[in-house]
Structure formats: C-alpha cells, structure tokens
Design a protein around this ligand. Structure first.
Ligand SMILES: [Zn+2]
Length: 403
C-alpha cells in the first residue's frame, strides 16, 4: 500500500509512505544493499542506527549461497539476518545477465557500435537468453543454472522479502533497436508469468507474510519503448509498485525516469534500481522516483572514499594523516561522532578491517540522510533551493579535491 503525503509543484517529486507487513517506509528513501544478506562490514544494528528504513538483498546471490531453503529455514530474509524492518529482494535478472554474461569482463565495450553479439574476442558468453528464461554459469564455481520467471518467483517467495521484483531481461545500450523491441516484449510476457506464479504461491501459502510484487520497466534509451513498457505493466493491477531498470546513461537519467513516471499510475511506488550517486538521486526524485538502492556507498567506502556535502575524497591520501577531525563535521553518524580522519586513515594504512566498517557507516548515513532531507524539502517546498546549494557545494568542491 502506498499513500502520497506531499507533492512538489511543477515536478514529479512526491513524498509518501509505503506500508509493508514489517513496517513503514517513508519516501523518497534510499534502501542500502545487503547483497548476501548483510551490508558488507556493518552490523544490522548500525544500519538501523544510521536511519536505514529497509534493506535490499539479491536473489541471485542468495540462490547460489546459502540457497533459498536455508534462508526460509532461518525464518526468512529479515529474521535470518537479524533485520526486523522491511526487506526487498531483486529478481536475479540483473545479476544473471550482468555477472553471468560478465558484462564488464567479457563484453566488448565499444560505445557507438550497436551489436547484439558483443562478446570480447576469446571470451565465452556465460548467459544465454531464450523466450522461456536464462541459462547462466555461476560466477562462484562455473556450475550451470537456469532462471525463468517462475523460478525467480519461487526463490523470492522462499526468501520472503516484503517487496520483490518481477523477472526481467537486462539489455545493454549496445543492443540494436530491433533486439530491444524483442526483449521488451519478452519482459512483458515474463511479467504476466511472474504475476501468475506469485499469486499461485501466495494462495498456496496463506500463512506466509504477504509480499508486494513490483513490475520492472525496461526499454533502454528509447522513449517510445520506455513509455510502452510503463503503460503495459502499469495496467497490470496485480503489481503493487514498479522498478525502473536497465541501462541508463547518466546524463539522460532524469529524462528517462520522467518518461516512465508520466505513464505509470500515480498511486503506486516507483523504485529506481541501482542508482545512488547524489546528483542522480536529486534528478530521479525530481522526476518522480520514490525509492533507490545502490551498492556504491559501501563499495567505495571499502576503498577509502567518503562522501561529504563538500564532495567526495579519499581518506587514504596523505591529507588525512594528521587530520584530527571527523570525516565530515556536519555529519551525525557514529563514525563522525567518535573517530577522526587521522585514525581511519591509519586503519586503512594498517589494513585493519574496521576501517571499512567505519567508512561504510558514514557513507550509508550520508546517502540515507540526503534522501531523507529531500523528503523534508519536498514537504516544506524548499527542494529547489537546497538542490542548488547542494550542487554548488558538492560539485564545486569535488572537481577541486575528489579522487
Ligand atoms: Zn559521518
């Protein structure tokens, strides 16, 4: 269930509340990623302390390890990882096709050349898509697996998250227009199969917590395809909300999210998959997206990069060696209240694990708080002023000091 509480005039931005069986999510909200049923290097209590309202795990990873039956046996995703609040799982479609196909490693990335067979010379394609599903090789041990819409629903039903996503085909920006059209129709038919399988699973297991199924909008960079996908899936009443997925060029993010949200029903939440950089979050919120997930805040934290309102910097650089001050004097996180840059710089140099923990807490708090602030700015009508101020401080400083 989703209720809109405020809208920002002249934009698509809105504030609202998603109700799940395990609690409320006030939107816009950033949902930290707990890929393998943990936010890497951080305890769940710390995630609650820093204001995370929900966590998102990956069906693909939990299917391969430990297996959905183990998570189910442990009481479902939330209880298994000791997170009492709402949880999301993604469908596995992204990982099957990006890790399975090894987008970064095995695709010949030549922007500008449209091709449906973009494997780098000498590399093997690890995922094969047909109309019924996807065969893929595990990135862990090379074993062969098959995902179909039904398999994804069965896995996500067993994992037991509150919000789950329909199985979709991820394409790349390099695929031909013809392939994108074919793929979009495949994703539409898969959405219908997901609905059928998920409603069957819920009907057969009335005692399990109710799950909300979100359809996923693809269509790459094509306006007509994105709008068509949003209209097609938007009329499927079973969906409680929608994911916006697929390849999106950074500079066109606001435009593409805008096409989709214009077509989608207003009274259901929209989750933008895999987006978490500050500028992208501002643009997407303004275009009408409600929730976001991204591994970046924790991933870059482990490589000593920290976000502040004055830009991102690298704690491992010499500038922090004698900096006996917090990462960000304006931050209220546990790390900034208790530790100095100099200390965390030392931990990174000494290769101590707690360095990653402290930086992850800070970066997750920064991102969660930024989107929380956007919600407050939508409600009090000051969004545009704060956005301008943020961009001036963050990006002016970033070009001077970021690395
Ligand atoms: Zn902090």
């Amino acid at each position: 269930m989703f209720e809109i509480t405020a809208e920002l005039e002249g934009t698509g931005a809105r504030a609202g509340v998603i109700t799940t069986d395990r609690g409320l999510i006030h939107t816009p909200a950033f949902i930290p990623v707990a890929t393998q049923a943990t936010v890497r290097a951080v305890l769940p209590e710390a995630m609650a302390d820093l204001g995370a309202q929900a966590l998102l795990s990956n069906a693909y990873h939990l299917y391969l390890q430990p297996g959905p039956e183990i998570v189910d046996g442990g009481g479902g995703l939330g209880r298994f990882m000791n997170w009492p609040g709402p949880t999301f799982t993604d469908s596995g479609g992204f990982q099957v096709l990006s890790l399975g196909a090894g987008f970064k490693k095995t695709l010949a990335m030549d922007p500008g050349v449209l091709s449906d067979d973009v494997i780098a010379p000498g590399k093997e394609r690890l995922a094969h898509v047909d109309d019924d599903g996807v065969n893929f090789k595990s990135h862990r041990d090379g074993s062969i697996h098959r995902f179909t819409p039904e398999v994804s629903m069965q896995i996500q039903h067993a994992l037991g998250a509150d919000i789950i996503f329909a199985f979709d085909e991820l394409t790349t920006l390099m695929n031909s227009r013809e392939y994108q059209e074919k793929s979009l129709e495949r994703t539409r038919l898969w959405a219908l199969r997901c609905i059928e399988e998920h409603s069957r699973l819920q009907a057969e297991n009335p005692d399990r917590p109710r799950q909300q199924l979100f359809g996923v909008i693809q269509g790459a960079q094509y306006e007509d395809l994105r709008r068509k996908a949003a209209r097609d899936l938007g009329t499927m009443d079973y969906f409680s909300g929608f994911g916006i997925g697929g390849a999106i060029e950074k500079q066109r993010l606001a435009e593409i999210v805008g096409w989709v949200t214009e077509e989608l029903p207003n009274n259901k939440p929209r989750h933008l998959l895999g987006i978490g950089e500050p500028d992208d979050l501002f643009h997407a919120v303004e275009a009408g997206a409600d929730t976001f997930d991204c591994v970046n805040p924790s991933r870059v934290a482990r490589t000593s990069r920290v976000y502040t309102r004055r830009g991102r910097y690298n704690l491992a650089s010499a500038a922090s060696r004698r900096a006996f001050e917090p990462i960000d004097p304006d931050c209220d996180c546990y790390t900034c209240r208790n530790y100095t840059r100099a200390y965390i710089h030392h931990l990174f140099k000494a290769k101590e694990m707690v360095a990653s923990t402290l930086c992850t807490i800070h970066n997750e708090r920064f991102t969660v708080k930024l989107v929380d602030d956007m919600r407050a700015w939508i409600i009090d009508g000051t969004f545009h002023d704060h956005k301008r101020e943020f961009f001036e401080n963050y990006y002016a400083a970033s070009t001077a000091s970021s690395q």
